[in-house]
Each structure stands twice: as C-alpha cells, then as structure tokens.
Design a binder for this molecule. Structure first.
Ligand SMILES: *Cc1c(COP(=O)(O)O)cnc(C)c1O
Length: 437
C-alpha cells in the first residue's frame, strides 16, 4: 500500500525506509531509542489553521477554536496551540497547571469534565480560568458558592445532551440522552439547569455546549445537533427571557487511521454546519450565537507516529503468528479499549511485499495487550527490525500508563528537517520517584 494515502506527511525514501515529516524513521529510532512518539509540528500547525480559518470565515467575529487538550497534553503542545491563536479545553487541574506553566491565556481556557472536584474549582477560579463547562446542577451550585467566596462572577456554559446518536462507537458517543455527560434536553433537565443558572448570583451564563461524539465523518451530525441546540436557545428565550450569547458545538471530526476510512474535508464540514445554523437561526427568529468548536483528535492524530523495535517473532504453526514489540498497551491502549484500527509498516523495509500475517503485540502481561491484529508485514521480519504505527498523535501519549513499571516513551517533535525532545523519556529513577521507602 501507499503510506501517503494515510496522511501526506508519510513517505518512503530511497533506502526503503519509512519517513515522517520528511525524516527517516529508522534514523530517528537509532538516535532517540524506542519506543518513541514522533510528532510533526508543521502538521499540528496546519490542522490548527484549517479550523481557525474556516471558523473565522463561516462563523465570523468572536467565534473561536478550542483545542480539546485531553487528546494530547504536554507543555510544548500548549505553546503551539497558544501560538496558533486557539483556546483550549482542560479537564483537570493537571492539564490546567501544564497550560498555565507555558503562559497559556487563562481567559481562553474552558474547564470541562463531568465531575470537577471542589479543589479543581478553587484552583481554576484562583487562576482566572475564563469559562467552566458545567455538567450538572450540583456542580453549578458548587461553582456558584466558590465564585461567591472569591467575590467574582464566573463565566459558565451548560453542557447539554441533544439526544442524538452519531452512529459512532458506543464508547465515544456522548450526545445520547442516557450519556454520563451533560443534562438532557429531552428529559427537561436542560431547562431546569438553565433556569437555575440564570438565577444564581455568582454565575454569568454565557451559553450552551454540546458534544455528540468522536470519529464523525459527516457534517450531518453537527447539522442535526445544532438544529436541536438552536431550537433550545429559542425555547429558553421564550420561556425564561434568557438569550444565549455563545454556543459551543463540540469536537469530533474524524481522522484516517486506515486506508478504508473516509476522507474528510473539515473546511467543507464547517461551511455546511455554519450554513445550516445561519438558516435555522433566521427561521427561528433568533440572533446567531457566537460559535465555538473544540476539536482534539483531528488536530493531533495524523501529526503522530509511534516507532517500536521488534523483539520476538513467534510462529505457531497452523494457528497464528505474533510479532512482539518493545511497547504496547502502556503507550497505546486504544486497541485494548476500543479495538481501534491502525496502519502499521515495517519501517526498515517499507515497500517490501507484505505476505506475513501476524498480531503485533506489546510486552505487557495481558493477553489483550495488542496493537493490532491481522497485520500484513514482509516475510522474514526479525528481531531489531523497526515497526512504525501511523496516526498515533491523539489519545496515545495522553492515555499512556506505567503498567508493568514501563517508562513512558519520549515525544520527539519534527519540524522543517530538525528534531527536538518535547517530553523526555522516563528513566528508572522517574518510575520510582514517588515511592516512599
Ligand atoms: C473529547 C472531547 C472533545 C474532542 O473530541 P475529538 O474527537 O478528539 O475531536 C471535544 N469536546 C469534548 C467535550 C470532549 O469530551
């Protein structure tokens, strides 16, 4: 297969080696060791620009793109996002702390999560976080109380569930009525929490938020959810005399993991969504709210690649073959969690005919520690060969663990022919650093 079909930043050089952002992956593996996360800085910046330009053009002044930083969160990442003029979603004091440390504007931060602790709320308010995206009434009251203690009025959006199923994986569908996230419109809880928020003294209700899911390839999903949200805005205007200024329509545009995944034109998706929203707002006779979007995966996924070294190649005659690598579910738990698909290549023999079917598995003590099943790789694959896994920029490093006391891989950034370490490799000392003995 042609690897550039997955993303245009992947190629093969004259040595038959996989290249990422124009750099030889085998050279990078030799220089930095494996397992290794690579990130293409230019691709991250390009993805940011696609969103920022389309949102500005089709939604107009005041609208903004927020990077959902749970997709991949580390200091340098926040600097790049800040540079590109995006805001960010954070979901914990840890993400907030990291963003603040590199000078990210607190005003442009949106504090998410379905369960913010009192400590999180104090920490965020003390640091001037501009906006909370509030999940439920209990949390709203806690924020009101703490904002009151601090003598401020806190900007808040309410997370509502529009009750649609984006036909994506169950584990990443979040907009259905029975979701763990948000307050449902259908059950009347959305209206109740709006009425509550409008009446609270230390809350400035800026508007509403919804996020329907992930790996969405069709603007139709956004068109349906924004229809419901705009109708709800109109209803609240009529019933409560409250007009939402802001509508955050969530993230979720898909990325290509394998050749069969559809291509998506994000700019066109945003254009169609905006067109539908302008029409709907006019039809309802309401003022078009300022619109925010919050992509995570589609900013970073195709800017990432993970590189491993092969250990054992185990052939079980008449059954199956295993290729064990020096990482696994500790650095990429997505196959174990969701059965996620990935494209793999033998980086040191990129274009050799792939006739050997195998499961590529990790080194953790779990049968479920699998990166991918039914992978076709060149026959004769052996110890010390290099395997590259494509499209790993989202929900890999950010979901990594120290299971089996494996150290986390470093993140090496690639930019215009240069490379630099943005997160260093965890050492044995790092792994023991919190142990008291
Ligand atoms: C995860 C998440 C996003 C980003 O989703 P992607 O699929 O990574 O684009 C956006 N908004 C909320 C509320 C989320 O939880």
């Amino acid at each position: 297969m042609d690897l550039s079909n997955i993303c245009e930043n992947i190629s093969v050089n004259s040595k038959n080696h996989v290249c990422f952002a124009g750099q030889d992956v085998c050279d990078l593996a030799r220089d930095y060791g494996t397992p290794l996360y690579l990130m293409d800085e230019e691709r991250i910046r390009r993805n940011c620009k696609v969103y920022a330009e389309a949102v500005r053009e089709f939604f107009g002044e005041g609208s903004m793109v927020l990077y959902a930083s749970k997709a991949c969160s580390f200091a340098r990442m926040y600097s790049i996002i800040n540079d590109e003029g995006l805001g960010t979603d954070v979901v914990s004091s840890g993400e907030l702390f990291t963003a603040l440390r590199v000078g990210f504007s607190a005003e442009n931060m949106f504090f998410h999560s379905n369960n913010k602790t009192d400590d999180d709320i104090y920490y965020a308010i003390d640091n001037g976080v501009g906006h909370f995206v509030v999940d439920n009434a209990e949390e709203l009251e806690a924020i009101n109380r703490i904002a009151g203690e601090k003598g401020i009025k806190q900007g808040v959006l309410l997370r509502l569930t529009p009750g649609i199923d984006p036909h994506t994986y169950a584990a990443v569908a979040t907009g259905k009525v029975d979701s763990k996230f948000g307050s449902a419109i259908e059950t009347g809880q959305a209206e109740e929490i709006t009425a509550l928020a409008v009446g609270l003294e230390n809350i400035d209700l800026e508007g509403f938020h919804c996020h329907v899911g992930s790996q969405v390839f069709d603007a139709e999903v956004y068109i349906r959810s924004t229809d419901i949200m705009l109708t709800f805005i109109k209803e609240m205007q009529d019933k409560l005399g409250y007009t939402a200024r802001l509508l955050d329509i969530g993230g979720g545009f898909g990325v290509r993991y394998v050749e069969d995944d559809p291509y998506i034109d994000i700019r066109e998706g945003i254009r169609q969504t905006a067109e539908s929203m302008h029409k709907k707002a006019e039809e309802l006779g309401i003022k078009m709210p300022v619109v925010f979007m919050e992509p995570g995966r589609s900013i970073v996924a195709d800017a990432g690649m993970t590189v491993y070294t092969v250990g054992t190649v185990k052939r079980i005659p008449r059954y199956k073959n295993y290729v064990s690598i020096d990482g696994g579910m500790a650095d990429n738990p997505r196959f174990a969690l969701y059965g996620s698909k990935y494209t793999l290549a033998l980086a040191n023999r990129a274009n050799d005919e792939a006739t050997f079917e195998c499961s590529v598995v990790g080194r953790c003590c779990e049968s479920g520690d699998i990166i991918q099943e039914k992978v076709m790789l060149p026959d004769g694959i052996k110890r010390n060969d290099i395997i590259a896994v494509m499209t790993t920029g989202a929900y890999n490093y950010s979901m990594s663990s120290n299971y089996n006391r494996l150290g986390k891989p470093p993140i090496v950034m690639l930019n215009k022919g240069e490379s630099y370490v943005a997160v260093r490799r965890q050492t044995l000392e790092d792994i023991m650093s919190n142990d008291v003995y």
